[in-house]
Design a protein around this ligand. Structure first.
Ligand code: GLN
Length: 207
C-alpha cells in the first residue's frame, strides 16, 4: 500500500500559508500523493513525514517551540534521523549548530541539526529586503531568491554541502543529509523548484 505523505508546516509565525500553498503545488507537480498540514502542537510532530520551518523571528519562534514542547519532539526526531526538515530564513537560523551572536543560549534555542554557523540579519538595516537571481546547484536556470532581513551562513563543516552563494562568498543555501537550510524565502515566488528539491531529497532520495 502506498502511504500518503504528510507534510507539516510549523504554524508558529511567518509565511505559513504561503509554504502550504507552495508545498501543495510541489506535490501536485511531482505527482506525489500527499497532504499538507499546519502544525501547532507537539503531538502532531510524531506523525509527520517532512517538516518546513518558515521564516519569522527566530527568537520568538524558538521561545514558542520550547514552551510548547515542540522543540523536544523535533530534536528527538532529528536525533533519530527520521524527519527531513527545510528551514527558511528564521528556520535556517534554528537548524544551525552555532550562531555568531548567541552568547545566551536562552535567546535562541537551536535545533543543532546542521553543521553551520549562521549570522542573523547579516545584511543590516540598509538592505532589509531584496531579490536576487542565484545559481542553485542542480537547477538548469537561475532561481529568483527573495531575501528579507536575511541571515547568512558564515561557516560550514562536516557533511554540509553548499548549494548556493551570492556575491561570490556568501552562502545562502546548504544541505546536509535530509536537512535543507535557506537564507531566503522560496514560498514567496511561484517557482516551486526548491519545494520540489526538498521533496526529492526527503522521499525520493535526491541523487
Ligand atoms: N531576521 C530574522 C531572524 O533572525 C529572520 C527574518 C526572516 O525570517 N524573514 O530571525
Amino acid at each position: 500500500m502506498v502511504k500518503t505523505l504528510l507534510a507539516g508546516v510549523l504554524g508558529v509565525q511567518g509565511d505559513v500559508s504561503e509554504h502550504v500553498f507552495s508545498m501543495k503545488n510541489a506535490l501536485k507537480e511531482k505527482n506525489v500523493d500527499g497532504r499538507v498540514v499546519v502544525v501547532k502542537q507537539k503531538k502532531e510532530i510524531d506523525n509527520l513525514d517532512i517538516l518546513i520551518i518558515p521564516g519569522g523571528e527566530s527568537t520568538t519562534i524558538s521561545k514558542i517551540l520550547y514552551k510548547s514542547g515542540i522543540y523536544d519532539r523535533v530534536v528527538r526526531r532529528i536525533e533519530n534521523d527520521d524527519l527531513p526538515i527545510m528551514g527558511t530564513c528564521a528556520g535556517c537560523v534554528l537548524l544551525a549548530k552555532e550562531l555568531t551572536d548567541n552568547e545566551n543560549e536562552e535567546e535562541v534555542r537551536l535545533l543543532h541539526a546542521m553543521d553551520i554557523k549562521v549570522e542573523r540579519n547579516a545584511f543590516g538595516r540598509q538592505r532589509e529586503s531584496f531579490e536576487k537571481k542565484i545559481e542553485f546547484k542542480g537547477f538548469d536556470y537561475p532561481y529568483n531568491a527573495v531575501f528579507i532581513r536575511a541571515p547568512i551562513i558564515r561557516k560550514t563543516w562536516g557533511r554540509c554541502e553548499i548549494l548556493a552563494k551570492i556575491n561570490k562568498e556568501m552562502v545562502v543555501a546548504v544541505r546536509q543529509n535530509r536537512f535543507l537550510a535557506l537564507s531566503f524565502h522560496p514560498e514567496l515566488t511561484n517557482d516551486v523548484r526548491i519545494h520540489k528539491y526538498f521533496l526529492d531529497m526527503s522521499i525520493l532520495r535526491y541523487r
